[in-house]
Write a protein that binds this ligand. Sequence first.
Ligand code: KG4
Ligand code: ZN
Length: 356
Amino acid sequence: MKILGIETSCDETAAAVVESGKAFGKDCVKVVSEVVSSQIKIHQKYGGVVPEVAAREHVLNILPVINEALLKAGINRSDLISKKGQAGIDAIAVTVGPGLLTSLMTGVETAKVLSYAWNIPVVAVNHIEGHIYANFVEPKTDIEFPALVLTVSGGHTMLVHMEGHGAFETIGETRDDAAGEAFDKAAKLMDVGYPGGPIVSQCAERYLVIDPELNNKKIVLPRPMLNSSDFDFSFSGLKTAIRYELEKDKDWRERIPEYCHEFQQAVVDVLIKKTIKAAIKQKARTVMLCGGVSANKELRRQLELEALRAGLRFAMPDLKYTTDNAVMIAAAGCFKAGRGEFTEWRKLGADCNLGL
Ligand code: KG4
Ligand code: ZN
């Protein structure tokens, strides 16, 4: 089965073609082609995504991006119309939410038109489910269920119990800022640029080079809700804590790597402790990581270590499938299509607050 995936939920216009495959004797997807048109440079000057600007860019980019993905997959566009469903694409998977409504609408309306024109069914994909399914793109781990998934992105921080394919139960989430949002806000306070996550983590690496022993570390930030009995998170207090520290410190600009290192480790400590605790309580066999913040090298390294220490399997997406992309949407769509979960194009709609 071959699926065309479309993703426009925030500031990346992306399309990809994947096909169903096998790894470790289990279902997975293989990538046939992928294209991402990022708007980061456009939004950088505003210090964040401007929804109106993002929506306009999606409208301009969506067809060229889809065309390129099809071309790279060796699929002839005119065949898609003339051969009606016999030209190589079995279904169109599109992100329907959560995300920015005006961004989502471009992908959703495009999928509807293509579904009608090509006479190909549509699969409605939840963006979070897409992030989770990045783990099933040519996986390097034999993923056994039940699994405990840590989903950390710019908009979400969730612990999800996954009993099997398509069976999700959210057991914890953030009460305020998402982990990625916290990175972005901390970066803004330190005036280091946008998007904050990658910049803060690069600065944190510089601290390790400056001081490999970490023995002159003076800044200490709190680990919010580290020992709470539930599986929820809270990151807004951490942002306030770093703001107070910066206000007290007249030389803070010279110590940015140290601030970044401590901030990153505070987030990582909380995420890891709660994830492992939840995995043990839920009797999970695999810990999975996903979402934009899963690009963070320290989170990847330390969570893998702790999961293996706890006797659990560990899976994480390839780096390029951590932040928003269409391969993960096509992957989730491929599994849903395999279960016959299609949506009639007339009934397809964007839902900016869609839950998992
Ligand atoms: O999943 P994503 O691309 O978009 C959403 O669905 O939100 O995640 C974007 C978020 C941003 O907040 C960005 O700062 C964060 O992921 N991020 C990182 C890293 N790379 C991206 N956070 C920490 N460390 C990174 N290396
Ligand atoms: Zn995302």
